[in-house]
Ligand binder design. Sequence first.
Ligand code: GDP
Length: 337
Amino acid sequence: MDLDTLSDRLRRGDRRALSRAITLVESSRDDHRRDAAALLERIADPDRQAMRIGLSGTPGVGKSTFIEAFGKMLTGQGHRVAVLAVDPSSARSGGSILGDKTRMPHLARDPSAFIRPSPSQTELGGVARRTREAIALCEAAGFDVVLVETVGVGQSETLVARMTDLFVLLLAPGGGDELQGVKRGIMEIADLILINKADGAMRRQAESTRADYAGALRLLRRRQGDPDGFPKALAVSAVDGVGLDLAWAEMRGLADHRRATGHWDRTRAAQNRHWFEEAVRHGLMRHLAGDPATRDRMAALGEAVAHGRAAPSAAAEEMLGRLLGTKAEGPENPEGG
Ligand code: GDP
């Protein structure tokens, strides 16, 4: 399929075209990269903006159950919902756990939904670019809610928070220990904390966990410009569907407020700038790793620095001089070669 056909079908909301387009942006082949860049230029449309929601939680907390119920609720209201995943563990195992269609069987069959598992890739930096581009493709295909799911480990939350408009953290009912276990960094990026499994025997505990988190969140600094009460903690049950409508109302309220104050656009602008700079850095790193002479010199300088034969900053200057084609004095090699 040529790029014109692909972008036409994509913009008409054709899910197969969307799948193909995502496969294209996931490829690292040079010709695919060029086509992907051309496609992304072609489909860019400021009038098609989805609400991008990051969603995180440790395995077993109920992410897939929540996304299935929440997604069905939204498609029932006429929304079109895309689910993407950033799964750092899939890079290690080579398979994907998150975003697996079998985890969300009803949503996967819903014609108003689109589910895409995490790309398997060794580098989180590469996953970031692919996911960001996949979000752009979903928006162009007319999906007005894009959920980006990730697991509560490592840096993936920060990464997802930098490509979404809202960040939701899903937690299980639990006592004080649980509260301690949540890294402060994650608390700081969450706009909404949902205590899931607030049903049956766990309902009361979920409510008290919610109160604990609400208290902890009050101690955090409110993000500039956000309305009173945010970040907020709510108790929900993904299984019973309780609290999902309220959670959505809170997300919409926060989004409307941020749009009205200009915060929304400013955040997206800052995110775009971040990803541009990140792409430049990533390109430099790839060049460092990809060119054998550069890689060898990098390793040799690393050894020299490790053994005290060269100062880190002087060695870095030499390396940068090589990369940028400027003349820099190397510590071990004054000729620069
Ligand atoms: P994930 O690993 O975060 O995707 O979690 P899952 O959605 O697979 O859920 C893990 C387990 O928790 C499953 O056995 C679910 O049935 C259960 N679960 C998920 N949501 C709820 C809920 O709202 N209430 C109860 N009681 N169990 C739930």
